[in-house]
Design a protein around this ligand. Structure first.
Ligand SMILES: [Zn+2]
Length: 348
């Protein structure tokens, strides 16, 4: 038998949607054979004992907030990508809310060069919309995954939703979609209705002195999630009109899943990201762990809708998980016990 470069033996190998007892052989950096358990195995230069483990292809995480440059007291590209490697993620895509923000052609080139010297796994980037939208084509030409839009500015803190990245006008958003369409690149959007949320937080929470973590969580879900659902609807409609490839981030409502299905069937080129916390975090977690869970929370009926999507035999629309990994310093979290609007949002 020909000697293999690498043999991963004894684990449960992911195949056709299931985990099976098998051993994996690799040659020249590529998988060359999968052996059923018990089959005679060729010798190998290196053998990895995977007993008690699951064997998966390298995972791709399309939503990672690495904090370099500008916020390396939270994390840097090296430590973040080391964590990726430890968790089986071999391709990470980072977000543009760093300092300076990655939101021009020049910064795209700089940021790519930085990541090449600092990352220990494969890497790609989401780029914030440049002030000059004619740059989108050049940015796409750099091989980045696409443009990332935050429909949001923070109201009592300056991070993570920085004013220089927030797109609060539908007109501006529509032009960004058109520019992405021309450049044939994806546009990923963090959905939010800034005007509506500011109305809700002011009148129904701040004026009543309600600023605890559970208040913030409930404000985002006020009126059966109108802040999210109005944003989802606007995004789907603008995507349908512009023909952009839309990557909707944080799909997390019942109505959102229904709209995604309808617009996808109607021909909108969309994919939807879902985040693990939206499947699991309960209001009891929010009350117990306060600022240390994701500020947003998903009510049970919406969680049910998300599970229904991922458990369906055939996905009703293209959907995938992104971690939205978002580390912060402990001091930036602690303020949230008193006023969650001041705590930096996100969970590692
Ligand atoms: Zn994010």
């Amino acid at each position: 038998m020909q000697k293999l470069d690498l043999l991963i033996s004894g684990g449960k190998v992911h195949q056709n949607g299931d985990f099976v007892d098998a051993d994996v052989g690799a040659q020249n950096g590529k998988i060359c054979a999968i052996f059923a358990r018990g089959e005679p195995l060729p010798p190998a230069v290196k053998v990895i004992d995977a007993r008690g483990m699951h064997v998966l292809p390298g995972l791709i995480d399309t939503h990672v907030h690495m904090r370099e440059p500008g916020f390396t007291h939270k994390e840097d590209i090296t430590s973040a990508t080391q964590a990726c490697a430890a968790g089986g993620v071999t391709l990470a895509v980072d977000m543009p809310n760093v300092k300076p923000s990655t939101n021009s052609y020049e910064r795209t080139v700089e940021h790519k060069a930085l990541a090449q010297t600092r990352a220990v796994v494969d890497f790609n980037h989401w780029i914030g919309p440049p002030a000059d939208l004619s740059e989108v084509e050049k940015i796409a030409g750099e091989g980045v995954i696409g443009i990332k839009v935050f429909m949001m500015n923070d109201t009592k803190r300056s991070y993570p939703h920085m004013p220089e990245l927030g797109i609060l006008s539908y007109g501006h958003l529509y032009e960004i979609f058109q520019a992405c369409k021309r450049a044939d690149t994806i546009c990923a959007v963090h959905p939010h209705n800034q005007e509506l949320f500011q109305w809700i937080e002011q009148r129904y929470f701040w004026e009543k002195g309600l600023t605890a973590p559970k208040d913030y969580a409930q404000a985002l879900r006020y009126g059966d999630s109108i802040v999210y659902d109005t944003a989802f609807a606007a995004l789907f409609i603008l995507a349908r009109s512009s023909g952009v490839k839309l990557n909707l981030l944080h799909l997390n409502t019942y109505l959102g899943t229904r709209m995604a299905e309808w617009f996808y069937r109607d021909g909108v080129d969309l994919s939807c990201e879902m985040n693990p916390p939206h499947f699991f975090i309960t209001m009891a977690d929010v009350e117990k762990r306060g600022p240390y869970v994701l500020g947003s929370w998903t009510p049970p009926k919406d969680q049910e809708a998300l599970w229904k999507v991922v458990q369906s035999e055939r996905l009703p629309f293209p959907a995938f998980w992104g971690t939205d990994h978002a580390p912060h310093h402990i001091d930036e979290k602690e303020v949230g016990w008193k006023d969650m609007w001041k705590a930096h949002g996100g969970a590692p």
